[in-house]
Design a protein around this ligand. Structure first.
Ligand code: HEC
Ligand code: HEC
Ligand code: HEC
Ligand code: HEC
Ligand code: HEC
Ligand code: HEC
Length: 414
């Protein structure tokens, strides 16, 4: 009997083993759902991925919502994030197709991210996916952060509008009850025939639509919707995110700053010393295009246009893309030189763009949002030593731009 038991147990052993293994590997690939993992993923995402990806919106790369179900496997995602070029070079069908679909834009390789980091990233992406596009923006207001300027006003207004409609419906129901209660009450009274007629006059569509109450409600709704449209319009005044006009010469940042890795500061010489970044003159193009002149003999092609402009001493009339209204003051050297902010933080991955487009909102909310979040770069800057010391006496958090007056109206407005 004992022997029987052992032998039957032995038969099951491999099964149990396989089962345990399956179980193990599936928990290892389970996307975490805990808040700390999601929070860690969020900060990784903001630091590394946000320049190119959003969860619900296509940017430089695809919208990442639901990517864990769409991509071949979680392991594939890990490999791709660590070394996308490698996966594409290996001829992986899914990767090659995606790469072509995104005009052969190379995703940065994140070889320093650990598997655990990537699972946290996926945790964040999954949490955002499940929240859906609308709700994803609401928590920003709840935790006292600056409003996300794109979505919030309309979300608020929608909530207010829905609230008002609900209240109206409730009022109608209550009125209905009151009317029938009154009727019942009046029925018990002795009334003249005339009065009875009034009490029991049928309620028709005509009588409702002619009643002052109904007209008021309709006017109110039309007014509220109009108000919402006006507010929405005001919020998007001057917002030109994504603006990418055609330029007189098809100058490509992808070729110059990307492939040939020419430093941004080589051409935009103003960024370290002044307010304006400046656009290079024809002279600086000719430093190289004196040599690189394909197509110029026939007088055709884009480079020929540079040579023509140079010969005729006519400046090239580039179309300006980023443009704050005159009332606002922005200084490049303060941000690039003093604060050490990368161009890409504000301008996006310019080195991947054939045609430059406006990457950020450039609204006041955008400036302020960053000033609230960003630490002042005080290292090696004696100017800040006293301030940092003062700040550390009153607060445990690092000194933010906000703390040195970055939210004062006069700093940004003339
Ligand atoms: C420089 C821009 C850039 C950055 C930064 C970037 N990506 Fe990408 N990503 C892309 C592009 C472009 C693609 C499309 C495939 C391609 O062209 O290589 C892509 C594709 C992906 C895909 C596959 C999407 C799909 O639909 O299957 C995943 C997953 C992904 N990225 C995750 C990340 C994560 C996570 C980060 C941050 C750690 C990140 N990416 C940072 C540009 C970027
Ligand atoms: C070889 C010279 C050159 C290099 C290198 C270069 N740029 Fe440019 N950049 C230009 C020219 C010319 C224009 C104007 C034409 C255009 O918009 O494409 C321009 C335009 C821009 C604009 C838009 C200006 C506007 O009108 O608002 C931004 C932003 C920009 N560059 C950022 C960068 C960044 C960031 C880098 C480094 C990654 C860089 N540039 C490297 C020459 C250069
Ligand atoms: C530091 C050197 C350098 C400078 C400065 C430079 N270029 Fe170029 N440019 C190149 C190189 C390298 C190529 C690539 C040539 C090739 O692909 O054969 C190129 C290619 C081009 C092309 C042709 C792109 C194509 O589709 O083939 C245009 C147009 C161009 N540059 C415009 C400009 C303009 C405008 C400026 C000045 C704002 C400028 N370049 C400044 C190095 C430079
Ligand atoms: C903190 C955000 C921020 C950073 C960092 C930043 N820029 Fe800008 N950039 C802006 C804003 C805002 C404007 C619009 C300025 C205006 O209209 O007065 C702009 C305008 C420009 C322009 C067009 C007009 C001009 O001459 O001002 C160029 C070119 C440019 N930036 C290049 C760069 C380069 C190159 C870098 C990195 C060395 C860089 N920017 C870093 C925010 C930034
Ligand atoms: C990517 C983050 C970021 C964005 C976006 C940004 N700033 Fe700043 N800003 C900084 C940092 C960091 C400093 C601190 C520089 C220093 O150490 O003096 C700063 C400082 C300033 C200062 C000086 C403040 C002071 O008290 O000395 C002004 C003015 C300013 N920014 C204006 C703007 C305007 C206008 C915009 C929007 C068009 C903008 N900034 C967008 C990060 C940002
Ligand atoms: C960090 C920089 C910064 C600070 C601080 C700042 N602003 Fe602004 N403000 C801007 C920018 C940039 C714009 C232009 C936004 C646009 O074009 O959408 C703007 C636009 C405005 C406008 C809208 C003008 C119009 O065109 O409709 C008003 C009003 C305004 N600011 C008032 C204020 C007041 C009041 C304060 C102080 C409480 C303040 N700002 C602080 C950067 C700033």
């Amino acid at each position: 009997m004992n022997k029987n038991f052992i032998s039957s147990a032995c038969k099951f052993l491999p099964l149990v083993f396989v089962f345990a293994l399956l179980n193990f590997s599936s928990t290892a690939q389970e996307i975490p759902k805990e808040a700390p993992a999601i929070a860690a993923g969020e900060s990784l995402f903001n630091a590394n991925c946000k320049t190119c990806h959003r969860v619900h919106q296509k940017l430089v790369g695809p919208a990442l919502s639901d990517v864990y179900n769409r991509a071949p496997s979680i392991d594939w995602i890990k490999l791709f994030i660590k070394n996308s070029a490698g996966v594409i070079a290996s001829g992986d069908d899914y990767a090659v197709k995606l790469y072509n679909e995104y005009n052969k834009t190379q995703m940065t390789s994140f070889s320093s991210l650990k598997d655990e980091d990537i699972m946290n990233l996926l945790a964040y992406i999954q949490a955002e996916t499940e929240k859906g596009p609308e709700v994803a923006q609401a928590p920003a207001a709840a935790d006292g952060q600056a409003p996300k300027e794109e979505g919030l006003p309309s979300t608020y207004l929608n909530v207010i509008l829905i609230g008002m409609v609900l209240i109206l419906v409730l009022l109608l129901v209550i009125l209905g009850f009151l009317v029938s209660a009154l009727k019942r009450f009046l029925d018990q009274k002795e009334l003249s025939e005339e009065d009875k007629e009034v009490v029991h006059s049928p309620i028709s569509v005509g009588s409702i639509s002619r009643s002052p109450g109904f007209i008021f409600i309709v006017l109110f709704l039309v007014g509220a919707l109009g108000f919402k449209a006006v507010i929405n319009g005001l919020y998007s005044v001057g917002v030109q995110q994504g603006y990418a006009p055609k330029q007189p010469i098809a100058f490509s940042h992808k070729i110059h700053a990307g492939e040939y890795e020419i430093d941004c500061k080589y051409c935009h010489t103003g960024v370290m010393k002044g307010k304006s970044a400046t656009i290079p003159s024809v002279n600086s193009c000719m430093n190289c295009h004196n040599q690189i002149r394909q197509g110029t003999i026939t007088g055709e092609g884009e480079i020929a246009k540079i040579v023509a402009a140079w010969d005729n001493k006519k400046p090239i009339e580039w179309v300006r893309i980023h443009n704050l209204p005159d009332l606002a003051y922005f200084n490049h050297s303060q941000h690039v030189n003093v604060a050490g902010v990368e161009c890409q933080t504000c301008h996006g991955p310019v080195e991947t763009m054939d045609v430059v487009r406006q990457h950020s909102l450039l609204t006041m909310g955008w400036c302020i949002d960053c000033h609230r979040k960003t630490d002042v770069n005080s290292k090696g800057n004696a100017y800040y030593d006293n301030l940092v010391e003062l700040h550390s006496k009153t607060s445990k958090t690092p000194m933010k731009v906000e703390d040195i007056g970055g939210l004062e109206c006069a700093k940004c407005h003339y």
